[in-house]
Design a protein around this ligand. Structure first.
Ligand code: PLP
Length: 447
């Protein structure tokens, strides 16, 4: 049954009075009170339906309310809900084996974590231990999590308010992207590789433990790596004994039309940080996948990593069932096909909306970059936009919500990353909402 308006208000009020909201002014929050989710839709307590065009935070890849996960979780809970990480369960071993099968190369050992940030923290720690070096190289315009190490690794405005708390020994480099680079693709690749080589020389290759990069850029703006870039990074790492860590927290598990984002670039990293799509948010979970080359060092040495909830049996059960669903329902193939459909539909939208500057997408991890002027490419909202620079984008976001869509709108970007189960009809339904909302941004753009 649906609640009355006053009950909905009460739900929201309790949340506002007694809980804190991430990344927001507490008074400015206007949350949707979600009663239940089904497939690509969320429903509030008043019965209003929202199409979820960002899969939650790009994590609910299999869609909402899949009762196969509920059943797997219940079954595990009926047997045992918790064992210490020094005990084992059937699901932990099965999941490790399945992940080793999915991952390329000699990435065969899983250290199970709780979320993206704990995967990243452990990757950084292990890279330093293994190499005996201290520096981690990462890019600006990236996000790796909110804990101290992970936010220090990130090159995102979310890092700026906590600048004084940043951990040492993270070095950032800039990776221009095609839309805002004037000299063509070939020059872009050369420029990016040369810059990385220079930075490694300046920092001292013998001091660098790892290069950490997203398998495919996500919440910073879905920037594409120039063709050949990750291959060059792999070669540079090998030349200097630097480890390559791919952060597949957002881009992993079919999101880009392959198991992992880096698989579009024909490379094998030394570690993979995972979370989100591993359990699709049904339970919190994460994993750091490690190569045999690294793992073997700890055959006879103590591995100084640990979490009370490492390899949590119920999360392992949820993950194992989630991986089965990707395969049983051909979701990765669908992500690839729907990504292509989305690309063709966005081409049409570009004709209609002068505010669309760029569309960047791989599979179902995409975003529109809105501009005030297509010629000058003046952004609709700049990097780390101040509140008065967000007026138009806030109106676009409000319209999207009013018309019954939940998605991720940040600075000048509108993200389009629906669950991998999405159909053509649902893509059309969502794009009709976005198209309506873009009329607001068109008014602020040069025709
Ligand atoms: N890495 C990437 C690429 C992410 O997109 C995120 C979250 O959005 C994280 C790490 C952090 O994950 P979590 O929020 O689960 O700690």
């Amino acid at each position: 049954e649906t609640k009355t308006i006053s009950e909905t208000k009460e739900i929201i009020q309790d949340n506002k009075d007694y809980t804190l909201f991430s990344w927001s002014k507490q008074k400015g929050t206007n949350p949707i009170a979600v009663k239940y989710g089904e497939g690509v839709y969320l429903y509030d307590y008043d019965g209003k339906r929202y199409i979820d065009f960002s899969s939650g935070l790009m994590n609910v890849n299999i869609g909402h309310g899949d009762q196969r996960i509920t059943a797997a979780v219940m079954k595990q809970m009926q047997e045992v809900s918790y064992v210490t990480p020094s005990c084992v369960t059937k699901v932990r071993g099965e999941l490790g084996k399945k992940l080793a099968e999915i991952c390329p190369g000699d990435l065969n050992k899983a250290f199970f974590t709780l979320c993206g940030a704990t995967s990243i923290e452990n990757a950084i720690k292990l890279a330093r231990l293994y190499t005996g070096r201290h520096k981690i190289l990462t890019r600006y315009q990236s996000y790796h999590g909110a804990s101290v190490g992970a936010i220090s690794a990130s090159g995102d405005p979310r890092r700026i308010p906590v600048d004084a708390q940043q951990a040492p020994n993270f070095v950032h480099f800039d990776l221009p992207y095609a839309y805002r680079y004037e000299h063509g693709e070939e020059a872009l690749l050369k420029d990016c590789v040369a810059q990385l080589e220079r930075i490694i020389a300046y920092e001292g290759p013998g001091n660098i433990a790892a290069i950490l990069l997203e398998g495919q850029s996500g919440s910073s703006g879905c920037f594409m790596y120039p063709d050949g870039y990750l291959k060059s990074v792999r070669q540079i790492c090998d030349k200097h004994g630097i480890l390559l860590i791919m952060d597949e927290v957002m881009s992993g598990f079919g999101r880009t039309g392959k198991w992992f984002g880096f698989q579009h670039h024909d490379i094998v990293p030394d570690m993979i940080a995972m979370a989100k799509g591993l359990t699709c948010g049904y339970l919190p979970f994460g994993c750091l996948m490690v190569s045999d080359k690294i793992a073997v060092k700890y055959d006879d040495a103590v591995l100084p990593l640990g979490l009370t909830y490492s390899a949590h049996p119920v999360s392992c059960a949820a993950a194992l069932e989630t991986l089965k669903i990707y395969e049983d329902d051909n979701l990765i193939e669908n992500a690839e096909a729907m990504g292509r459909y989305l690309d063709s539909r966005i081409e049409e939208l570009k004709q209609k909306h002068p505010c669309i500057g760029d569309w960047r997408n791989e599979g179902l991890l995409g975003c529109l970059e809105l501009v005030k002027n297509r010629k000058t490419k003046e952004p609709m909202a700049p990097f780390n936009a101040k509140p008065d620079e967000m007026v138009v984008m806030n109106k676009v976001a409000a319209k999207i919500k009013e018309l019954g869509m939940y998605t991720f709108v940040r600075w000048g970007y509108v993200f389009i990353a629906p669950p991998l189960i999405v159909t053509k009809e649902q893509i059309d339904e969502g794009l009709a909402i976005i198209s309506e909302a873009l009329k607001i941004a068109d008014e602020a753009a040069q025709p």
